[in-house]
Design a protein around this ligand. Structure first.
Ligand code: SAH
Length: 268
């Protein structure tokens, strides 16, 4: 679909009311969207341009937009906890996910990070997702298809990444699972020299254990397989900007996760 094309049946649309409330719907001819300020028929949206402001049955405005990646992630069906958009942004840059790259990921969860990885590697790239739970993989695949359409650059393997990664010469390995130190050996075998491992973890003891494993050099070598091992966290502080009241919001998400990055040296 062309970005400037009018809204089509089955498409996801983000509706925003005059109080900033957001709703994500799939357009279905003959259906009606109801909210606390009246209703709008899907047929009134289909065929309109993105950015159009509709009138509800009660005379209230309703803005229709295509959802951004963040809009979609925050509203999509979630089986597992998703990675927040602010952390996805950091992961894409810190792990340097670029067009044409081959990326191995585990686990797929609800597919939030997968969508971002697929978009970043583009049509010439590849994303291979390891996941142990078939039900999560199914939810994730449905989410991915809802946002990106059918992605033939994506492969799902129902397997534990701790048991090994058969792919060789991989550019990046991105981990979002509880015991990433168990995936360090497989990642070392799978990544090419200069390749990047990125691991997203919620707690300090996990970061410590992973870093020790990376430093101990799995697989063991003179100085190990990994260099440039770094951990960071990303804090996003939203601001309130209205009249004279220009200040940080009173509330923010204080903690999500830490990101640990390491680079693979080439095999001796
Ligand atoms: N990044 C995902 C969320 C991942 S949640 C998102 O943005 O939506 C962690 C996932 O890792 C869960 O789905 C869990 O089933 C999976 N998992 C746990 N251990 C695993 C393993 N050894 N191999 C593959 N996947 C694993």
């Amino acid at each position: 679909m062309e970005p400037e094309a009018p809204f089509e049946p089955e498409e996801r649309v983000l509706l925003v009311d005059d109080r900033g409330r957001r709703y994500l719907i799939a357009l279905s001819p003959g259906s009606t969207f109801h909210f606390h300020r009246g209703s709008v028929t899907h047929d009134a949206i289909i065929g309109e341009e993105e950015g159009t402001v509709l009138q509800s049955s009660d005379g209230h405005p309703l803005l229709a937009l295509r959802p951004t990646l963040s809009d979609f992630i925050l509203k999509m069906t979630r089986g597992a906890q998703v990675i927040y958009p602010k952390d996805i942004g950091t992961i894409l840059v810190a792990a340097d996910i670029s067009p044409g790259a081959t990326v191995v990921e585990a686990g797929i969860g609800s597919g939030a990070l997968t969508i971002a990885l697929l978009r970043a590697v583009g049509p010439q790239g590849r994303v291979i997702s390891y996941e142990i739970r078939e039900d999560f993989a199914a939810t994730a695949k449905a989410n991915i298809e809802a946002f990106l359409g059918k992605a033939d650059t994506h492969q799902v393997r129902i397997a534990s990444i701790y048991d090994g990664i058969p792919e060789r010469g991989v550019d990046r390995v991105v981990l979002d699972l509880p015991e990433p130190w168990r995936a360090v050996g497989p990642a070392a075998e799978s990544l090419r020299g200069g390749g990047i491992l990125a691991s997203y973890l919620p707690t300090v003891p996990q970061v410590q254990r992973l870093t020790e494993e990376l430093r101990s050099g799995s697989p063991p070598g003179p100085r190990g397989a990994w260099r440039l091992i770094q951990t960071s966290e990303t804090l996003l502080r939203p601001w309130h900007v209205e009249g004279q009241s220009v200040r940080p919001e009173h509330r923010m998400v204080a903690h999500t996760g830490f990101l640990t990055i390491a680079r693979r040296i080439s095999a001796p």
